[in-house]
Design a protein around this ligand. Sequence first.
Ligand SMILES: [Zn+2]
Length: 219
Amino acid sequence: MTKKKARNSNVTAKVTGNAAIAEAHVQAAAVSEQEARQAVETLLRWAGEDPVREGLRDTPKRVVRAYRDWFSGYLSDPADYLRRTFEEVEGYDEMIVLRDIEFESHCEHHMAPIIGRAHVGYLPTNKVVGISKLARVVDGYARRFQVQEKLTAQIARCINDVLKPRGVGVVVNAIHQCMTTRGVHKRGVSMITSKMLGDFREDARTRNEFLRFIDIRNG
Ligand SMILES: [Zn+2]
């Protein structure tokens, strides 16, 4: 590893304060951008293309840049988004629900897009979090290689561990392009997963209230 890369890794470690993420970044940095571009070029050639023809000349560069965006979740610890909370909420202790959080992810089996929506609810104890932060948590986990079940559980556990609410509910509804554009080619099929913790799991009334709030029948 060059000196420059090592320095960049240290910076990341300090910013996130999370050893596991810094480690992941070090591993990511071990592959140079040039190597990543070459890998794209190899795939183009393997598919039967001529990577040096005009239309494709800058494609490896663009793909690598797109990957940085799609997989930026590896550079963040979603728990950090939830650390700033508000306690002056006049004793509000009812359910808080954020529905229809659109996300893009990629399945770890085919590296194909997973496009969907997440619905997140929790029962606060004495602190609440800015609602945009819940969407950031969804993105932080979605922008990685995923399976939907794991994505759903990670979002729920993160909120549960950091906010320590009375309960958390997460429902994810998504279309997997590895199923709609290849393989069985079933368009319009979406997959729904849910993770309920605390009161959402143990109390049917709480769970039903959440499911009524998110009402995902229309999309
Ligand atoms: Zn897949």
